[in-house]
Ligand binder design. Structure first.
Ligand SMILES: *[C@@H]1O[C@H](CO)[C@@H](O)[C@H](O)[C@H]1NC(C)=O
Ligand SMILES: *[C@@H]1O[C@H](CO)[C@@H](O)[C@H](O)[C@H]1NC(C)=O
Ligand SMILES: *[C@@H]1O[C@H](CO)[C@@H](O)[C@H](O)[C@H]1NC(C)=O
Length: 509
């Protein structure tokens, strides 16, 4: 009798401790408009990202890590859902192949039928916080606390401005569910000088400390937007970059933040139980000029489906589990983070929907060198390109007829100013030899090899695609941030239009 009770108790204990130790904390560091070539680990000449580079040395560097979109809102929606924008609805059908996002006039937001990462992890007891830029809808139903997060500090919108609060409201800043001020007027950004990144760093370390003390597994989604134009930095870094730009200063400051957060994990002795991913929402923006970053040798940038638009810095860090200093050949995507995290939490993915991410744990833990998988390059409602292995096939090409998304770069038949349908005769590149997409492969044995690898994935993708309802078609000045929740308490509500002027949004890129 006694031995059997003891046995049961021991098994129970064992079970409990196994469950606890197999639930690592998840930290996602997601930069804004930072390019592949902005970090020292990927060859940036200024070498001003010592903390990010150290993270890569202590962890795993993915030279081929991809976003799900070349623009912020759909990229973020895919990070949080593990699904392509075409499935989760973060796209528009107003015009063929254009990018859409969530300006203050957007009516929609991330669909209620999507499961976000914090919502899924909650079932395994995780506490979650998002810090920085949300960008998945600013109307109340779409805000972080109504979509699974326990805490929020930051803004639902970009830090565009300053605005006059008459024609356009300055973007609100929230703590959790309540507005506490606005960018520019209360949270100062003045000629590229701001303390916001420092505030975001402190919010991050405070949250980590609180959850570590309480013994909760946690998800921290840390997404400062200082690198988005107009970039900003605090006095600690203002004017310090060798790159001689505010953008360079802002990169130095987010790099500093990466160092502070990783040091906090080590100090609390939870680094061996925390998986940290570092990436960016889309490539550096060519038209931003000096206010934008670097995509290294990659073609074009933000807004486009060339490598400069989609390929991001990618680092995974988990001391004790990820072998230090590995540069992996694995093609990764930001959507893999959700799938990997859900698996590590001991949960199953909802079975009734398609996930575009894959579980990277076998690669992170060194059990498997790499997993073959496709990478999809959508621009709006159209699939522009697909990569499998070393080959990428362009089904559509487009830079832009009005905007110079590829400044100083021109590749014949590739950076076409107009949308060109190449589906019948795709343009192929071997990205291992030609990451800059300059030497087109149009026929011959290499072309055949590429298409025989890619075609089956493409066929299956098309045959099984179920498109989400497009969430980014309608705009209305009435829905702007005139009077966000909590504005009365701080006496900062603004008077907006009292009548709706809903119309199709005029997306043009
Ligand atoms: C925020 O700024 C506005 C405009 O300058 C000001 O009226 C208000 O008092 C400030 N609110 C807080 C909470 O600092
Ligand atoms: C940033 O914080 C420092 C220290 O509190 C303060 O002196 C400075 O005025 C702040 N700068 C801005 C731009 O808010
Ligand atoms: C692009 O070309 C393919 C193959 O010729 C064709 O099936 C498809 O309808 C075209 N797409 C559009 C939007 O014109």
């Amino acid at each position: 009798m006694i031995p059997s009770i003891l046995f049961t108790v021991l098994t129970l204990l064992e079970h409990v401790s196994a469950v606890v130790t197999t639930k690592p904390n998840i930290v996602i560091m997601y930069m804004d408009d930072m390019g592949w070539g902005d970090i020292g680990a990927n060859g940036n000449w200024a070498k001003e990202t010592p903390n990010i580079d150290k993270m890569a040395k202590e962890g795993m560097l993915f030279p081929s890590f991809y976003s799900a979109a070349p623009i912020c809102s759909p990229s973020r929606a895919s990070l949080m859902t593990g699904r392509l924008p075409i499935r989760n609805g973060f796209y528009t059908t107003n015009r063929h192949g254009v990018n859409a996002y969530t300006p203050q006039t957007i009516v929609g937001g991330i669909s209620e039928t999507e499961y976000l990462l914090p919502e899924l992890l909650k079932e395994a007891g995780y506490k979650s916080k998002v810090i920085g830029k949300w960008h998945m809808g600013h109307r109340r139903d779409y805000l972080p606390l109504n979509r699974g997060f326990d805490e929020f500090f930051g803004s639902p919108n970009c830090h565009f401005g300053p605005y006059d609060d008459v024609e356009t409201p300055n973007a609100p800043v929230y703590r959790d569910d309540t507005m506490i001020g606005r960018y520019y007027t209360n949270f100062t950004i003045h000629q590229g000088l701001s303390n916001l990144t420092q505030i975001f760093i402190k919010e991050g370390t405070d949250f980590i400390e609180k959850q570590a003390k309480a013994g909760n597994p946690f998800l921290l989604y840390w997404t400062p937007d200082a690198n988005h134009q107009p970039p900003y930095a605090s006095e600690m870094f203002w004017g310090k970059s060798r790159r001689d730009s505010r953008y360079g200063d802002s990169v130095m400051e987010v790099d500093y933040g990466v160092g502070v957060i990783l040091a906090k994990l080590k100090q609390l002795n939870i680094d061996q139980n925390t998986l940290v991913f570092f990436s960016s929402d889309n490539g550096a923006e060519g038209i931003a000029g000096k206010n934008g970053g670097s995509n290294g040798p990659l073609l074009c940038g933000k807004q486009t489906t060339f490598e400069g638009g989609f390929r991001e810095p990618g680092i995974a860090w988990w001391p004790g589990t990820i072998r230090p200093g590995v540069v992996t050949p694995q093609l990764g995507t930001t959507m893999d983070i959700l799938v990997t995290a859900v698996g590590l939490a001991g949960l199953d993915l909802p079975s009734e929907r398609v996930y575009d991410g894959i579980d990277l744990f076998p690669v992170l833990s060194g059990k498997v060198e790499s997993i073959e998988r496709p990478v999809w390059y959508y621009r709006g409602n159209e699939l522009f390109a697909v990569r499998v292995g070393r080959y990428k096939a362009h089904l559509w090409t487009w830079s832009h007829e009005h905007y110079d998304f590829c400044p100083g770069e021109y590749v014949k038949d590739v950076t076409t100013p107009d949308q060109v349908n190449r589906t019948a005769n795709p343009i192929v590149f071997n990205l291992d030899n030609d990451p800059g997409e300059k030497y087109t492969i149009l026929k011959g044995s290499m072309f055949k090899e590429a298409m025989s690898l890619i075609s089956p994935y493409l066929q299956k993708h098309r045959d099984t695609m179920v498109r989400g309802e497009p969430a980014l078609n309608y705009c209305d000045r009435m829905v702007m941030n005139w009077a966000p929740h909590g504005c009365e308490a701080i006496d900062y509500c603004l008077k907006g239009p009292t009548e709706s002027s809903i119309k199709l949004c005029g997306w043009d890129h």
